[in-house]
Design a protein around this ligand. Structure first.
Ligand code: PMP
Length: 406
């Protein structure tokens, strides 16, 4: 399939706007991605023509809304190659998916003293839910260290397993430094110890082909807004054998078959984990976003972004005194850096004056920044609608900032 950059660019209305009189250059894609017109239209169409509550109405629009909602489930099931629709749970996003997992998995399978393995490069949303379980249930957290390039120490990982290890919960791609972790190897090592794996795919789902059956991944979490869909919606994929045994995370409508004050019977999968009226328009918008990604091809996206990352890395490295944080061999399309100690907030503000949006701070990943002795970095993150001209504009602005401060 041909990668038609001009066509793609024209499909994202926000990218053709101006910021402070300058053409908008959006390099904050790891925080959230922009939305193509088909997603925007789909959501508008839903509220103008379809809006109704799902799963419980006999009237026409309720059935139509239900059909579209369930169609999104199938689109996502096929996108990640899950074995069944029942394994796709809609949530509010990655954070919600991991909280569901921590609560429900720990309640079913973990006792005081049991262990979960995380890594040094986790996002806070894959640390704090486990700390809550540590407080409530007495579980223990073990942490895989990383080397100076920002790669997981796989030997150390192997040595963390004990008879008490019940789960590995690990980030696929680091939002702070871009490392792509070797998911297949991690899963195979964990399985050799009889331990299932949850993959935080918040930063990989939009860049890398994910086949949960090929990976033999037990659980996978991601957010709609990182893959060109709306905010407030996400997915938890889980193998049926676990989801069937795990208790519900929240109680309410839709997640039950029958309720009485004596005994309540829970609904079957996936509804057992979707209590209450869900984000219907969000789920439908997410389906449209994934169809859009399919129309371009996730492999085409990966290849284009890889070339852009290589170009940006070599250009950024030419800036005197710049230090790229995270130099893993396998990296996704983001660059975190320190520019001669200039405060990232100053860099971010000055780039903003040139119409360039980047992220500055600790990227909800304080432990890994701490490991590098930093409290903040500047992060430029790229999507397939960015190009080399935009990278050149970033470099030009960074050179200007560097001259100003040094
Ligand atoms: N994990 C990673 C790796 C992330 O990058 C993010 C978002 N920055 C999250 C989890 C949390 O995602 P959300 O805020 O959409 O729930």
């Amino acid at each position: 399939m041909k990668f038609d950059f001009d066509k793609i660019r024209s499909e994202f209305p926000i990218l053709n706007t101006k910021i402070k009189g300058k053409p908008f250059i959006y390099l904050d894609n790891a925080a959230t991605t922009q939305k193509p017109i088909c997603v925007i239209n789909k959501i508008q169409e839903y509220y103008s023509e379809v809006n109704s509550n799902i799963h419980r109405g006999v009237h026409y629009l309720s059935q139509k809304a239900t059909m579209e909602y369930e169609k999104s489930r199938t689109i996502i099931q096929k996108f990640i190659n899950a074995a069944s629709n029942d394994e796709i749970i809609f949530t509010k996003g990655t954070t919600d998916s991991i909280n569901l997992m921590a609560y429900s998995f720990a309640k079913k399978y973990m006792q005081s003293g049991d262990e979960v393995i995380l890594s040094m490069m986790e996002h806070h949303s894959n640390i704090v839910p486990w700390q809550i379980q540590a407080e409530d249930r007495g579980i223990k957290i073990k942490v895989v260290p990383i080397n100076d390039n920002g790669e997981l120490d796989i030997d150390a990982f192997e040595s963390l397993f004990t008879s008490k290890t019940k789960l590995v919960s690990i980030i696929h791609v680091s939002n702070a430094i871009g490392t792509i972790n070797p998911a297949k190897e991690i899963i195979s090592i964990a399985h050799s110890h009889g331990v299932p794996v949850l993959l935080d795919a918040a930063q990989s789902i939009q860049h890398i082909k994910i086949d949960v059956q090929d990976l033999d991944c037990d659980f996978l979490a991601f957010s709609g807004h990182k893959i060109y869909g709306p905010t407030g919606v996400g997915v938890l994929y889980g193998k049926k054998k676990y989801l069937n045994e795990m208790p519900p995370y929240q109680g309410g409508g839709d997640m039950i078959l029958s309720v009485s004050f004596d005994k309540t019977e829970y609904n079957e999968l996936p509804f057992k984990f979707e209590a209450g009226t869900p984000n219907i328009s969000g789920v439908i918008g997410l389906g449209s976003a994934v169809e859009y990604v399919n129309s371009i091809g996730i492999e085409n996206i990966y290849n284009y972004e890889k070339e852009l990352l290589d170009y940006a890395t070599s250009k950024i490295n030419e800036i005197p005194g710049i230090y790229i944080v995270g130099k893993a061999k396998e990296k996704c399309s983001l660059i975190s850096f320190d520019l001669n100690g200039v405060h990232p907030h100053d860099i971010g503000t000055m780039l903003d004056n040139d119409g360039i949006a980047v992220r500055t701070g600790q990227h909800c990943a304080e432990p890994i920044l701490c490991k590098y002795g930093l409290t903040a970095t500047t992060r430029a993150s790229f999507a397939f609608y960015n190009n080399k001209n935009e990278v050149d504009s970033l470099i030009k602005s960074l050179l200007k900032i560097n001259n100003f401060f040094n």
